[in-house]
Design a protein around this ligand. Structure first.
Ligand code: NI
Length: 182
């Protein structure tokens, strides 16, 4: 297993549309293990392969406090959406920034596990939000795209300034914070 580097907004590689996974082989197993290690290490509650510059439809999520409930979703597809919920989101690719985003409150999801076995399941609350956020990554979309142009530009400038000042990713993400990024 290895930690991978997380791309940060406005890196154009984050705009790549990921391709479906067709081979459930050892390389996929390594990618999943690396994504989990990188997500837990960040720390974050979700990570899409796109964020580590691998353009395959793979996401990992773990919203548990103990980091013992990893959810691995390959080729995830939202079959149905219900209701609306607004919550404060953060993203490991937009470190230190949190803002309200409106999404479906409940989703019906079809995906494959890391062995390729298909399943369908309903999700709500934070898992529904997180899954929608991560699928957006696979489609080259970021949560800041839901904000106003003015806000997004302000965020871009803030992150560029921080990078210039060599503020480390770890410091910007403040691990002690109750806010969680994905
Ligand atoms: Ni994210």
């Amino acid at each position: 297993m290895a930690l991978r580097t997380i791309l940060e907004f406005p890196d154009p590689r984050l705009r790549t549309r990921a391709q479906p996974v067709t081979r459930f082989d050892a390389a996929l197993g390594t990618l999943v293990a690396d994504l989990l290690e990188t997500m837990y290490g960040a720390p974050g509650i979700g990570l899409a392969a796109t964020q580590v510059d691998v353009h395959q439809r793979v996401i990992v999520i773990d919203v548990s406090a103990e980091h013992n409930q990893p959810l691995v979703l390959i080729n995830p597809q939202i079959l149905a959406r219900e209701g609306e919920a607004s919550s404060e989101e953060g993203c490991l690719s937009v470190p230190g920034i949190f803002d309200e985003v409106k999404r479906a409150a409940k989703i019906r999801l079809r995906a494959q596990d890391r062995t390729g076995a298909p399943f369908e399941r309903d999700y709500d609350d934070i898992l529904a939000v997180c899954i929608q956020h991560e699928i957006d990554h696979l489609d080259g979309k970021l949560f800041v795209d839901y904000l106003s142009d003015l806000k997004r530009e302000r965020i871009r400038k803030k992150l560029e300034k921080e990078r210039r000042e060599r503020v480390s990713h770890a410091a910007a993400a403040s691990p002690g914070s109750a806010r969680r990024a994905y």
